[in-house]
Design a protein around this ligand. Sequence first.
Ligand code: NAI
Length: 297
Amino acid sequence: SSVLRSVKTLAKPAGARGYSSESVPDRKVAVLGAAGGIGQPLALLMKLNPLVSRLALYDIANTPGVAADVGHINTRSEVAGYMGNDQLGQALEDSDVVIIPAGVPRKPGMTRDDLFNINAGIVKDLCSAIAKYCPNAIVNMISNPVNSTVPIAAEVFKKAGTYNEKKLFGVTTLDVVRAKTFYAGKANVNVPVVGGHAGITILPLFSQATPKANLADEDIKALTKRTQDGGTEVVEAKAGKGSATLSMAYAGAIFADACLKGLNGVPDVVECSFVQSTVTELPFFASKVINLTDNVN
Ligand code: NAI
């Protein structure tokens, strides 16, 4: 039939792939906490990213199922699941980007600081393994409280002698995504968000939003407050079942994509992120980061 004939014409010689592998470098991405509320949709979104050639899904439980499931999607990357501390090294080896959404999320009435005791230990152990198995990887820290887990990661890497401040990022992209949504609810707007990732430390700069809008002071106040309380809005709506997972996975996928583009030499990639900083007197501060190697400003 004509359908079969057109399929035959399209078919590539044996061994060839449906994209130019010369122009897209091999990149391994590891997700730690991949079976969680964020981890699963993030694994799905990273499987859809054509810049990824290997996707390693690590968790302390349930990763074989997630990896088998996501692995059936016919996109570029090869997927492998790793479960438990014994397989952490293998999961991390050769990784270019490591995304960390491991740890417990908030319940109603909790602040991000309430997560510190549990998540600090988890992040410390995972970062020790990163220092050992993939010391050059870019680290995207999602686990809360980001304002503390990023400095903890920095200290672990310093102690191991592997710290590179240009490769450690606290993922604040969800604050930006929320600010954009509340500002205009459209895809083609931008709102920088600086500061930190907890309550009033989240500072959306609606004055620098594009396209510009002449907002009244009270509108800016209301938009700012909604952005700062965005996480709590979701925690309360989920009523004890956790915090943002789907919008966080979307935001995490955008940030990881920006890191992969930066690694691949794409110019002028800008995202806000919580990084080691000289912008203020604070040692870490969220601001615009370009090509995920240098701070703008
Ligand atoms: P979840 O409880 O659904 O998933 C967490 C996963 O981490 C679980 O699968 C668990 O088995 C795994 N895990 C626990 N200990 C681990 C270890 N030692 N190694 C590897 N995996 C481990 O939680 P959810 O909703 O996915 O949230 C994860 C984290 O992300 C929380 O700390 C949460 O506060 C944070 N978060 C950060 C946001 C941000 O904007 N940066 C937004 C929303 C959540």
